[in-house]
Design a protein around this ligand. Structure first.
Ligand code: ADP
Length: 257
């Protein structure tokens, strides 16, 4: 389980606190949404959860232990916490899709038969088998996003962070990502999604944390958080479409199964 205990952070070149006193428990087997206006500190928080940045005060903990920031410990953490960046080009290095997804496994010296089995599983999970033999430059943006997700899934890390998984996608591409997210969740992984796509967050997240100017405004059950109209406004956000229909048209509130 990944959590933060009262972390605060500022960048060296900037004397202002970017995050202040953030305590978050990201429960295993749950999907947590991280939302906030631009500049509220979401990406910085992801870098702290990955151990790429170190908090000035407080602790980030994995499995009950505070992170240590030496190379081997971070290498170990990488096998437990994976990230899918917003821009797939930041994550894909090979022109051959299977080689790209296999990279981290081969780097670990894994048996080749196991590498191929895992790559196949990851490709199936993201529905990419039918284009996996094309060169990467022939893929659409949405297909590249799916390859990047497969690259993060292949290590079978119990925790996956996704930064803006639906940004830049058309409605079909977005729907495909939602289905992939649902499959990842069904595997019992801990998933954290940072997104401006409020309707996506509403649809797939059990819990949501709202950042505002580097502070945690609230954290809790997704529906309960989004029903707080004033708080969502204060954070510079809008309520999901289904919550607005409920509040404005008095329709019953859709509940996720
Ligand atoms: P978000 O992801 O919510 O848009 P960020 O974490 O990117 O927020 O940014 C939070 C704040 O930190 C912003 O004020 C941003 O200008 C500042 N910031 C982000 N990256 C850096 C950096 N490398 N150096 C200095 N300030 C930064």
């Amino acid at each position: 389980m990944l959590l933060t205990k009262r972390i605060s952070f500022k960048y060296e070149q900037n004397n202002q606190w970017v995050l202040e006193d953030i305590s978050l428990t990201l429960a295993a087997g749950k999907v947590t949404g991280l939302i906030g206006a631009n500049g509220s500190g979401k990406s910085t928080l992801f870098m702290l959860l990955l151990g790429i940045l170190k908090p000035n005060t407080g602790e980030v903990c994995w499995d009950g232990q505070p992170l240590s920031y030496h190379k081997e410990a971070l290498y170990q953490l990488r096998q437990n916490v994976s990230i899918v960046f917003q821009d797939p080009d930041q994550q894909i290095f090979y022109t051959d899709i299977r080689s790209d997804i296999a990279f981290a496994l081969r780097n670990l010296g894994m048996d080749e038969e196991e590498v191929l089995r895992r790559v196949d599983n990851a490709l199936t999970l993201v529905d990419a088998q039918h284009f996996a033999d094309q060169p990467i430059q022939y893929l659409s943006y949405g297909q590249k996003k799916r390859v990047a997700i497969a690259g993060a899934l292949v290590l079978d890390a119990p925790c996956i962070l996704l930064d803006e998984p639906t940004a830049g996608l058309d409605p079909l591409g977005r729907q495909q990502i939602i289905e992939i997210l649902q499959r990842i969740v069904a595997e019992g992984k801990q998933v954290v999604i940072s997104s401006h796509d409020i309707d996506l967050i509403y649809q797939v997240c059990d819990e949501v944390s709202v950042l505002h100017k580097g502070r945690l405004l609230t954290s809790g059950d997704t529906q309960q958080v989004f029903l707080q109209t004033e708080l969502i406004k204060q954070a510079g956000l809008v309520q999901p479409w289904l919550v607005r229909l409920h509040l404005e048209k008095e329709l019953p509130l859709y509940r996720r199964e």
